[in-house]
Design a protein around this ligand. Structure first.
Ligand SMILES: C[C@H](O)[C@H](O)[C@H]1CNC2=NC(N)=NC(=O)C2=N1
Length: 103
């Protein structure tokens, strides 16, 4: 699997939640409290396991930040775009909004 451009990632992720920063895509979800963050992380983990593609996740009291990259390729791939789309879908289903990424 070869790496993709930021534009290709954004097209695949189909969501404005994500910013491309260097070799990774990052989104911060405003969960509001720790219990919601834990529930959201559990849903992210299910997505990651089913895709066999795992993000780095920071769970904080009122937000969860998700970092996606393909370690084996050293950059963004279609796997990252696909997992990003599914994570954004899960957030929407849980009523969780992303912070507007810095462009
Ligand atoms: C053996 C296993 O399939 C690989 O280690 C997978 C697991 N999850 C992964 N996740 C991410 N983000 N990058 C990878 O290269 C990767 N590789």
């Amino acid at each position: 699997m070869s790496t993709i451009s930021p534009e290709q990632f954004r097209a695949g992720a189909e969501s404005a939640d994500w910013a491309v920063v260097g070799d990774e895509a990052v989104a911060t979800f405003k969960t509001g409290d720790f219990a919601t963050g834990a529930r959201f992380f559990a849903a992210v983990a299910i997505v990651a396991e089913s895709a066999n593609h795992h993000p780095d996740v920071e769970v904080r009291y009122s937000s969860v930040t998700v970092h996606l990259t393909t370690h084996s390729e050293g950059g963004l791939t279609d796997a990252d775009a696909g997992v990003a789309r599914r994570i954004s879908d899960v957030a929407q289903a849980l009523g969780i909004h992303a912070a507007t990424p810095a462009r």
